[in-house]
Design a protein around this ligand. Structure first.
Ligand SMILES: C[S@@+](CC[C@H](N)C(=O)[O-])C[C@H]1O[C@@H](n2cnc3c(N)ncnc32)[C@H](O)[C@@H]1O
Length: 279
């Protein structure tokens, strides 16, 4: 582990090591089209000031920076120093001076002085809220930061246990339950999107658009390959946490091997898109 990874918030359950960063990059490529459509729907564009919440290594932040251009601004926030170092270096190489990077635990309040309260046109939040033990600081930040009319775009899960393989996905179903247990043990909620509408409405946000991004793919298609990519790395982390045994892994690998030799359906966890407007 490098020094920046060692400085990171150890409670982040997926970690910020180089292999996970590479997986996030592949994941970003698979979901890029959906992301760009969502930004277009929200009216994100040149000259705007946009926040990337839980930006990770900044694959989306870099695209936001290109979108807003030199006259706009991007605030990229994450707790993982290793990811932010990566983003900093990418911004330097691409001469993207419009990106400001902030290391912050988004489960804790952020002083409004650090934010330019009320000056932001929009915020993008993908696969962050599900890891937060407390949502209030994130929602308060959004309420403070966005100007009236500012837009929030979310891609978060509503039912993670819909992740399935058919036929013969019994061991995968066990693995899915164990992942959920692991994340809940760390204070997260993989079904967080179910709670967000009430919480955002109570803070004066109005829902403009919602849709399901759930997919059902044969094993050689991008969304199924994305799930297989996760299955290639995460069992080791579950095992290190004492939540997945070698015997269970052998049974999972037998199932995946069978799926590679037969036509199978891969169902993604139920991801939802929401676009909200700050009143
Ligand atoms: C699955 S990654 C998603 C990264 C990025 N949003 C994307 O879509 O590629 C989750 C990110 O949330 C960040 N994160 C988790 N808990 C956090 C917290 N309490 N405060 C700030 N960032 C956090 C992690 O460091 C990681 O970068």
């Amino acid at each position: 582990m490098n020094r920046a990874a060692a400085r990171d918030n150890r409670s982040y359950v997926l970690g910020s090591h180089a292999e996970e960063r590479a997986r996030l990059n592949r994941q970003h490529c698979i979901w890029q089209e959906a992301m760009l459509s969502a930004w277009q729907r929200a009216g994100f564009g040149p000259g705007q000031r946009l926040i990337d919440l839980g930006c990770g290594p900044g694959f989306a932040s870099l695209e936001l920076a290109e979108l807003v251009g030199p006259s706009g601004g991007v605030l990229a926030i994450d707790s993982a120093a290793a990811y932010l170092d990566h983003l900093q270096e990418q911004c330097r190489q691409r001469r993207l001076e419009q990106v400001r990077i902030l290391q912050h635990d988004l489960a804790e309040p952020l002083a409004s002085a650090a934010l330019d309260a009320g000056s932001w046109d929009g915020a993008w939040c993908r696969w962050l809220a599900m890891f937060l033990p407390r949502l209030d600081p994130l929602l308060d930040l959004l309420k403070q930061a966005l100007r009236p009319g500012g837009r929030l775009v979310l891609h978060e899960y509503v039912r993670w246990d819909s992740f399935a393989l058919h036929p013969r996905g019994e061991q995968l179903a066990r693995f899915v339950q164990r992942c959920i247990l692991h994340w809940r043990d760390h204070g997260g909620d993989p079904d967080v999107a179910a709670r967000l509408p009430a919480l955002l409405e109570a803070r004066g946000f109005r829902l403009l658009h919602s849709d399901s991004l759930m997919a059902c793919s044969p094993g050689d298609q991008p969304k199924a390959l994305w799930l297989q990519d996760f299955l290639a790395s995460y069992p080791a982390q579950l095992s290190a946490a004492g939540l997945w045994s070698a015997t269970e892994q052998t049974a999972l690998e037998a199932e995946l091997s069978w799926a590679r030799r037969h036509t199978s359906l891969w169902i993604t966890p139920a991801l939802v898109e929401m676009v909200w407007e700050r009143r």
